[in-house]
Write a protein of this length. Structure first.
Length: 384
């Protein structure tokens, strides 16, 4: 009898422990926790990751012609964070993933995407007009202008990103937002904190080369010309210096500045404002324009960290007098801008902070929202 009672008690004890196991993290065991911890401790992370709820997949999106989708895209009259949260929830992550893959293969894409955003927004607003290959009028488009042309990099990168967005949410994410998000992500990969991604831009219906030539600076402009242009866009002298700091990443082709090395102001000499040793350094890469070697038109990095948005460009401007472009030189010398150049050079934290702020403001220039513009399915051509 005693043996039978002992056996029944043992069975009840085992049963209670078995039903307790699923609630291990919520309730105390009859056995002490240290008894099982050594067993589960090595696997807990694995199972937590395996069972962790994954980001929800985007539900199939209605076609562009669907009235409800059109209404949701047309209702917003201003840029907002999380614009695609309900209509294409993975949009921002898709852009981030694509830019990361592109930069892994081609680090120069950081500079290309930031520059592309600038060249879009300064010409009629951030409406992706820079991406169009043609317009109905047959006029030459922005990307073929003298200020863009063969030196403009990045439109093909936006094509790749946009195609992924179209696979996920056809006809939902505008090319203008795609470009803005890609530029913001490039800035983060260039060392800045994560940038806010405001959405709601629509794509423009026009693109003219003459507009680009009237609204983008040339590399030999004076400070007066630059200040006049930037003021027209709502930026002051400090903002201009900060935006010019985009030259902290990327490079310039030799033919853009070789006159400063070989024939400054038609003197047959180098620019005397360039620092000691800088001319010799640059001539090692950029050969005299009349030579065969110059036909290759190689590039020179603006500073020693061509993929990092830091203040090294400004330090070189102040300490070494190393400036590839005449516009950079002018800003370092002119009393209206020199103080800001020095401040950026002295404080390594100031430029990254200011650059994020000014780029965010720039990305809102002249945007089309609501029922204005359209959402292109291919960034190179207008839908309507």
């Amino acid at each position: 009898m005693a043996t039978r009672a002992f056996f029944v008690a043992l069975m009840i004890f085992a049963y209670l422990n078995l039903i307790a196991i699923p609630s291990y993290y919520a309730q105390p065991f009859l056995f002490s926790r240290p008894f099982l911890n050594p067993i589960f401790s090595g696997y807990r992370g694995f199972y937590d990751d395996a069972n962790k709820q994954q980001p929800p997949l985007v539900k199939p999106q209605p076609k562009v012609g669907n009235k409800k989708l059109k209404k949701s895209l047309n209702n917003t009259q201003e840029l907002v964070e999380g614009f695609y949260r309900n209509i294409c929830p993975n949009a921002e992550q898709i852009v981030a993933n694509q830019v990361a893959e592109i930069v892994k293969i081609n680090p120069g894409a950081i500079a290309a995407l930031i520059r592309l955003q600038f060249h879009d927004c300064f010409v009629g607003g951030c409406d992706a007009s820079i991406l169009l290959d043609s317009v109905a009028s047959g006029d030459k488009v922005e990307k073929l202008s003298l200020t863009n042309g063969q030196l403009l990099k990045g439109p093909n990168l936006i094509d790749d990103i946009k195609s992924k967005l179209e696979e996920e949410c056809p006809g939902v994410v505008s090319c203008a937002d795609t470009l803005a998000f890609a530029a913001a992500e490039s800035m983060t990969l260039g060392g800045l904190p994560p940038q806010p991604k405001l959405g709601g831009r629509k794509d423009g219906l026009s693109s003219l080369a003459t507009n680009a030539e009237d609204n983008l600076p040339f590399p030999n402009w004076s400070v007066d010309q630059m200040l006049k242009l930037f003021k027209k866009k709502g930026f002051n002298a400090e903002d201009m210096v900060v935006l010019n700091g985009a030259h902290s990443v990327g490079s310039a082709h030799c033919n853009i500045f070789s006159n400063r090395l070989y024939n400054y102001l038609n003197t047959g000499r180098s620019d005397p404002s360039l620092g000691l040793g800088v001319v010799d350094e640059l001539k090692m890469v950029c050969k005299a324009p009349e030579t065969m070697e110059a036909r290759n038109n190689p590039t020179v990095n603006f500073d020693e960290t061509p993929t990092v948005l830091d203040n090294l460009l400004f330090k070189n401007m102040v300490e070494k007098k190393r400036m590839l472009l005449a516009t950079d030189q002018a800003m370092a010398d002119d009393r209206r801008t020199a103080m800001f150049v020095r401040r950026m050079a002295e404080d390594p934290n100031l430029f990254p902070m200011k650059f994020g702020e000014v780029m965010s403001r720039m990305s809102s220039l002249g945007v089309l929202t609501g029922k204005q513009g359209e959402v292109r399915t291919t960034c190179r051509s207008i839908v309507l």
